[in-house]
Design a protein around this ligand. Sequence first.
Ligand code: HEC
Length: 145
Amino acid sequence: MKGLNLILVFFYIISILSCGHSNTKKKVTTSDSATITAKDLEKGASLYRAKCMNCHMKSGKGIEKFYPPLADSDYLRENLEEAIYMVKYGSNKPIKVNGIKYNSLMPASGLTDEELVLVFNYILNSWGNDYGSIKLEQVEAIKRK
Ligand code: HEC
């Protein structure tokens, strides 16, 4: 009986491990925002003021039809990987944010991967956004297509 129990425990562990493995295949997803420190948020905020605020505005609301909003943005929430790509490499393809079309130019930010993590964790958690957080490996994994 003891032997059987051990075998059951063994299969139980295997199933947990394989389940965990399939989770790691997910694309860029956000993890618990509780991991961001106040200091990192402040660094993200100052990068935002220097590199993003001219277009996306202090309020994160952008300018309708020209610069899309980051505050309450369905695009940012649902296409995080693409959003990081756009900020990393620049973008001028047509996109739709909260039902409104945008097709202007966002130049590549010129930020390092570390700075991109800080600025994204700031925009994912500002103006009422509660979109989780990202890690350096996720930004590093996004390569030019
Ligand atoms: C010169 C103006 C400009 C600057 C500066 C700029 N953006 Fe953008 N951003 C845009 C435009 C225009 C788009 C839409 C691009 C398109 O249509 O392909 C966009 C799209 C986005 C999107 C995806 C759409 C959305 O609203 O969720 C994100 C996220 C974003 N920008 C974040 C940033 C961050 C972070 C910075 C600073 C590092 C930044 N942007 C700097 C103009 C700008």
